[in-house]
Design a protein around this ligand. Structure first.
Ligand code: PMP
Length: 301
């Protein structure tokens, strides 16, 4: 990932969701105010949790497009913000966002749960990056936090920050303030080794681009399903698709499962279908899905 030397990598517990609290607790020390890009389900979860601790400013949102395009600015970034939060991959919406506006000296914090290790990105653009491990790293429950050193809480003892969420305390203890989730970390290490064997993050990006393009091409060609995310913002990791005829969708999911294509049901809040094609999904898995979609279509038009 080419993480610069002035960053610390922390192994934490509580998944990505606990970072929704850890971020404001560690970073909002001056103004108790933070800007959030509202790009869909997960950024809204992060905002809701942060409201317990700080004054949350909704900087931008993409509600007008149903969260399918880049968010429109609602108000400018100002100096009274302790940090600015973004979600580069909205897992449920299937939207992947790349270029964030300049936040000047205000640290940009990113929930990279569905982005991390899928492609190279410039770590130095961010003050804090956090990710739940369960997509491209290892078992659920483990979270990886990459913090620029100057943003560590400053003190190991801060009455406002529970010790296990205190980035400085964790950094000082090499993430071993208490018994770390050893098995999850062990598995993450195996996944890191596997990724290095694949050629690392740039090699896996090529594979991910190939997998995603095969699947989106099939969706574009299909007369039964569609994906209406703006083409440049379609996620490489999670691909939602919707049947025009919802009755047909149930038949589709049933026969897909009979053919060994599992967990294609969309997220309960989004409906439709969703193919999760994280690093661990081989090209053959995507090819099998495309083949199955085509056959289903042949039999149903
Ligand atoms: N953020 C994003 C972008 C996610 O995709 C998820 C999980 N799907 C979460 C946060 C929540 O992660 P966790 O379940 O590890 O708390």
């Amino acid at each position: 990932m080419s993480i610069p030397k002035n960053y610390r990598v922390l192994f934490m517990q509580g998944g990505a969701s606990l970072q929704f609290s850890a971020v404001p607790l560690n970073l909002a020390k001056q103004h108790f105010r933070a800007g959030y890009f509202n790009t869909g389900y997960w950024s809204q979860k992060a905002m809701a949790e942060a409201k317990t601790y700080v004054d949350v400013v909704e900087l931008a949102n993409s509600a007008a497009s149903g969260f399918k395009s880049f968010p429109q600015m609602l108000q400018p970034i100002d100096e009274q913000m302790d940090y600015i939060h973004c979600t580069p991959n909205e897992t449920i919406g299937g939207v992947e966002l790349y270029d964030w506006p300049d936040t000047f000296s205000i640290p940009l914090v990113a929930d990279m749960s569905s982005t991390i290790l899928s492609r190279p990105f410039d770590v130095s653009r961010f003050g804090v990056i956090y990710a739940g491990a369960q997509k491209n790293i290892g078992p659920a429950g483990l979270a990886i936090v990459i913090v620029r050193e100057d943003l560590l809480a400053g003190s190991e003892v801060d009455a406002d920050i529970p010790k296990l969420l205190n980035y400085q305390a964790l950094a000082n203890a090499n993430s071993m303030l208490n018994t770390p989730p050893t098995f999850a970390i062990y598995l993450a290490n195996l996944v890191f080794d596997w990724l290095i064997e694949q050629g690392g993050v740039s090699a896996i990006e090529k594979m991910n681009l190939l997998k995603a393009s095969i699947l989106y091409d099939a969706i574009e060609e299909s007369t039964l399903v569609n994906n209406d995310i703006e083409p440049g913002l379609r996620s490489r990791m999670n691909v939602p698709f919707f049947f025009h005829d919802t009755d047909l969708q149930n038949d589709y999911l049933k026969q897909a499962e009979e053919n060994g294509l599992l967990n294609l049901n969309g997220h309960r809040s989004a409906g439709g279908c969703r193919a999760s094609i994280y690093n661990a999904m081989p090209l053959e898995g995507v090819e099998a899905l495309v083949q199955n979609l085509k056959e289903f279509e042949k039999n149903h038009v």
